[in-house]
Write a protein that binds this ligand. Structure first.
Ligand code: ATP
Ligand code: MG
Length: 386
């Protein structure tokens, strides 16, 4: 094929005996994104390579940039283990990098994994450095602060490559199991879903929909967010659960100050029921410590106490600004800030509890007698796949 990408993966290397399973998962995830294009994934000696045709260059680059588990990738040239051929490839690659206006200061970084190759790393670097200086006018060697690096690795074959393009790192999607994210239309929960996907969790999502208090547009916004997230999370099943009846019950029976917390607790319960049916091992929320009254340690103790599954809150220690920075990077921000009502803001009490008493909240929750309503709501969930 015409194009070769060399892929580096970081943490995977730490996984010992599980490594083959992780690598296999990574290959499958890359394959899922490249369906319909011609490509070949090659796994050998701790590296992955993707071969493809010129016309798929952008498609493959985009896929690799969004794949969890990959740290970086580079376009590479392959050469046989003969110095003459290696020099030819080095000249082609250096010419491209120089012409691509990356600057004139360069360095050659050589690595000889195959010790039977007659020149050692230092000798290879010197030899190629001299050749480039002689053959391409204007180039300068700068070992400390180069504009670009020409990398060469002697392995099963010889690979030459230029700059490394950053990917998100983390673990291959699915290698940590499945999780159910509570996805609202806000800024935080899509970021939380992304971050846990990056730790290897395949993500399903649940949205609690409260018509007529919230409009169909609020639901469309959540669908749009799920669609954007599916770029990274490969595919998402979004479950929409009707929450209005339960919400009305809470409003009728609970003191205003406890409403938000009881709604959250009810959501956690329903999310857990759904998680059980979807084979999820955990829940994910977009909560961040102290961001609002329902996210103080005491509040989280109560709401997080409802499910027995672990609740992952990857934003717990992040400031809003830090969360927004990630939301912009993953492209969810602009959709999240569209102004549609949120089910909980409509019912938000003027003076919510900040330091709720656990025992009292548990009693309040019991007095809602809401179990059956929650069960019915979960049973009538609709599912959309992105
Ligand atoms: P977000 O930006 O994700 O809406 P937020 O800071 O507005 O977060 P809250 O409204 O307090 O936070 O909600 C806390 C978490 O509860 C959310 O991050 C989300 O995980 C979950 N959540 C809230 N409302 C819903 C909903 N209608 N459907 C599903 N999950 C929800
Ligand atoms: Mg919200």
């Amino acid at each position: 094929m015409e194009i070769l990408f060399l892929i580096k993966y970081g943490e995977l290397a730490l996984k010992g005996k599980n490594r083959p399973a992780f690598e296999k998962r990574l290959c499958e995830n890359i394959g899922t994104q490249l369906k319909g294009s011609e490509y070949r994934i090659i796994r050998k000696f701790g590296r992955l390579y993707v071969e493809t045709l010129d016309k798929y260059f952008d498609r493959v680059s985009t896929a690799l940039k969004n794949t969890f588990g990959i740290v970086s990738f580079s376009r590479a040239l392959q050469a046989p283990k003969e110095m003459g051929k290696i020099e030819e490839s080095a000249l082609i690659l250096a010419g491209e990098l120089f012409k691509g206006q990356r600057g004139s200061r360069f360095k050659v970084a050589a690595r000889r994994a195959d010790k039977s190759f007659p020149l050692n790393s230092y000798e290879i670097a010197c030899r190629l450095g001299d050749l480039l200086l002689k053959s391409i006018p204007g180039l300068k060697v700068d070992l400390n602060n180069p504009d670009w690096i020409l990398n060469i690795e002697i392995r099963d074959s010889v690979y030459l490559y230029g700059p490394e393009i950053k990917s998100p790192g983390g673990l291959p999607l699915g290698s940590s199991g499945r999780s159910m994210v509570l996805l609202s239309g806000g800024i935080d929960s899509p970021v939380a879903a992304y971050l846990m996907g990056k730790r290897g969790l395949k993500i399903d999502a649940v949205y609690f929909h409260t018509p007529p208090f919230t409009s169909e547009k609020a639901l469309s916004k959540v669908k749009e967010l799920a669609k954007i997230l599916s770029r990274y999370l490969l595919s998402i099943s979004l479950y929409t659960v009707p929450f209005s009846e339960a919400q009305v019950r809470i409003k009728e029976r609970a003191p205003a100050a406890e409403m938000t917390l009881l709604m959250r607790a009810a959501m956690m319960k329903m999310a857990e029921k759904l998680a059980g049916r979807c084979n999820c091992n955990s829940l994910v929320t977009g909560e961040s410590l102290g961001q609002v009254a329902s996210q103080t340690a005491e509040s989280l103790r109560f709401t997080g106490n409802q499910p027995s599954l672990p609740v992952f809150r990857p934003l717990i220690g992040l400031d809003k600004e830090e969360i927004i920075e990630i939301a912009r990077r993953i492209n969810t921000f602009e959709t999240s800030i569209q102004p549609f009502e949120d089910c909980c803001t409509l019912f938000t009490p003027k003076r919510p509890l900040i330091r709720p008493d656990l025992k009292r909240m548990q009693d309040s929750f019991r007095s809602l007698e809401i179990e059956e309503l929650l069960e019915i709501a979960v049973n009538s969930a609709a599912v959309f796949t992105f």
